[in-house]
Design a protein. Structure first.
Length: 157
């Protein structure tokens, strides 16, 4: 199994780096939600409108959507760390399923920025890009590892 983990090292690095970038970005947004210090928004100019909109938190519960982003990226990082610690490939189905949830959520939140709020938050867009890349790499990972994992399980029997 140790040999298998070497073959899958690229995926652990890619998913891990994207998860860390996402955690940093979503943490900045979460801190901003609670402190309202005002983020510098030089590229898009609409951060304040987006981050103070009714869509910046879950209705009734008041949980910032950015905090959900931190949870999303932390789960991705957990899946990576679990595979590293156990010296095995990343679990394909959980990664694909979880990344799909993140991608669909980002798609919805980006659509809200575009069509409802009509303002853009560059930090939110970075998070959308990060979750989209995780989703794309999860699809690539699914297809590039399918036959390799199947062959290894056949050889172990």
């Amino acid at each position: 199994m140790a040999q298998a983990s070497k073959r899958f090292g690229w995926s652990q690095i890619v998913f891990g780096l994207l998860a860390i970038a996402g955690i940093i970005d979503a943490t900045i947004l979460t801190i901003e939600h609670y402190t309202r210090d005002g983020l510098s928004c030089g590229f898009t100019g609409g951060c304040e409108r987006v981050l103070t909109s009714q869509y910046s938190e879950l209705p009734i519960l008041g949980i910032p959507t950015a905090l959900l982003g931190v949870v999303f990226y932390a789960v991705v990082l957990f899946l990576v760390m679990f595979s590293v610690i156990n010296r095995e490939p990343i679990r394909r189905l959980p990664m694909l399923a979880w990344s799909t949830i993140g991608f669909v959520s980002s798609l919805g939140l980006t659509s809200i920025q575009a069509f409802i709020i009509k303002a853009w938050c560059q930090y939110c867009l970075l998070s959308a890009l990060t979750s989209t890349l995780i989703f794309i790499f999860a699809i690539v990972y699914w297809f590039t590892t399918r036959s390799t994992i199947k062959k290894e399980s056949d050889n172990e029997d």
